[in-house]
Design a protein around this ligand. Structure first.
Ligand code: MTE
Ligand code: MO
Length: 253
């Protein structure tokens, strides 16, 4: 007769080996799968928009999810003025050649062939809104910065751009046409989105977008176009400098 205690020990040993073999098998299968998927993605040719179709699908899925959860009251976290850095970093100089003066005009294309031309004083005539938020760049840095300007939503109302506000996107282009972005209307209408003309309570420095730039705290830095020349409205995605280089079009935070 065998000892029941010994039998039990053997059963436990068998179970331990079984589980060990299982664990290692699962581990190797997962690792092989990971390596396989990585190589597949790595060798996948980029499509016309400079990014692999699989990655673009991930971007688009994220965009759908974020839009789904996006609510009009969602805001970027606000900070106190004293938390803002005194010398905000300067980043990106595409379309920023030369200096601008008061001869600058904002061209608002209401519809093709119908352009409204505005001065900086026209923008300043709107109520001033201040925003202190954590400005984030896709390069990996962020800074709390303090901006002032007119709410984009106030601007649309004041200049009777009501039918335009039902379109899906707003496009912006620098006066020289070399930097351009597109932003979705819900993000543009968010109350912290500014046509901005002040940094730290003073007029914008030339290299940070004098006389007028976009501040859109629910987006990464790439979407905050400096030195607005032309603005237009569209139901198709406006052309976008960094999206053309393969970056996420939505670039939401
Ligand atoms: N015209 C123009 N606007 C631009 C850029 C640019 O190269 N040209 N760079 C963008 C990027 S990547 C960032 S992070 C912010 C930086 O704004 P700042 O110089 O005020 O810090 O501007 C954005 N707007
Ligand atoms: Mo950036």
């Amino acid at each position: 007769m065998s000892d029941p205690a010994q039998e039990k020990d053997k059963a436990v040993q068998r179970e331990i080996s079984r589980r060990t073999i299982m664990s290692f098998s699962v581990f190797f299968v997962c690792m092989a799968l990971g390596v396989f998927l990585f190589l597949k993605l790595y060798h996948e040719p980029a499509s016309a928009d400079n990014v692999q179709p699989t990655l673009r699908t991930v971007f688009k899925t994220n965009e759908k999810l974020f839009s789904l959860f996006y609510s009009k009251i969602r805001q970027a976290r606000s900070f106190k003025k004293k938390d803002a850095v005194p010398n905000a970093r300067v980043n990106g100089d595409v379309g920023m050649g030369g200096t601008l003066d008061t001869s600058w005009r904002l061209k608002v294309v209401r519809k093709p062939g119908d352009t409204l031309v505005l001065t900086l004083d026209d923008i300043k005539a709107l109520p001033k809104t201040e925003v202190v938020f954590d400005f984030k760049c896709v390069e990996g840095w962020s800074q709390v910065t303090y901006w002032g300007g007119a709410r984009f939503s106030d601007f649309l109302q004041k200049y009777n751009l009501v039918s335009q506000s039902t379109m899906k996107y707003v496009g912006m282009i620098t006066p020289d046409g070399t930097y351009y972005v597109g932003n979705d209307m819900p993000s543009m209408m968010q109350p912290q989105t500014l046509l901005c003309y002040e940094l730290n309570g003073k007029p914008l420095p030339q290299n940070q977008g004098y006389p007028l730039r976009l501040i859109i705290p629910v987006k990464y830095g790439i979407k905050h176009l400096k030195r607005i020349g032309i603005m237009y409205f569209s139901n198709e995605k406006p052309k976008d400098y960094w999206a053309e280089q393969g970056y996420d079009y939505y670039s939401g935070l």
